[in-house]
Design a protein around this ligand. Sequence first.
Ligand code: FES
Length: 147
Amino acid sequence: MSLTKNIDRKEFFAAMGISSAALALVCCVGCSASQAKGSTTAAVIAGLNFTLDLNAPANAALKANGGFITSHNLIIARTSSGDYIAAQQACTHQGFTLAYQSDDSQYMCSAHGSTFSEKGIVVNGPAAINLATYKTALSGTSLRIFS
Ligand code: FES
């Protein structure tokens, strides 16, 4: 005598005491969680907006191609071609402070070796999440950084 019985899915969930509404809720929660995991770029700080005076001694490194500073929790760099770029200062792996390497056109974390392109994209891990990056605009000797 066999003890197995073929039941359909609806009967199975009814026997388990799970309603279709509960299943829908589980699906929605699961979908939201997977969407958050699928996000590969750190959140940009909304409304971020400040200006650096390039004549100030603290910002002198930005007067030369390849120079960089950290300010307002960002790393701000002047690329080898003279463009200004800005990204979050903290590595997305474990939060160590990044440096900018103009020779390789990348942000680098010396803690565990992650590297990011000038657009903040992970090039080498262990970091798996891209950097939040910010816009820049130069007006005379004032450099505006904003989201
Ligand atoms: S904290 Fe940057 S690679 Fe680990």
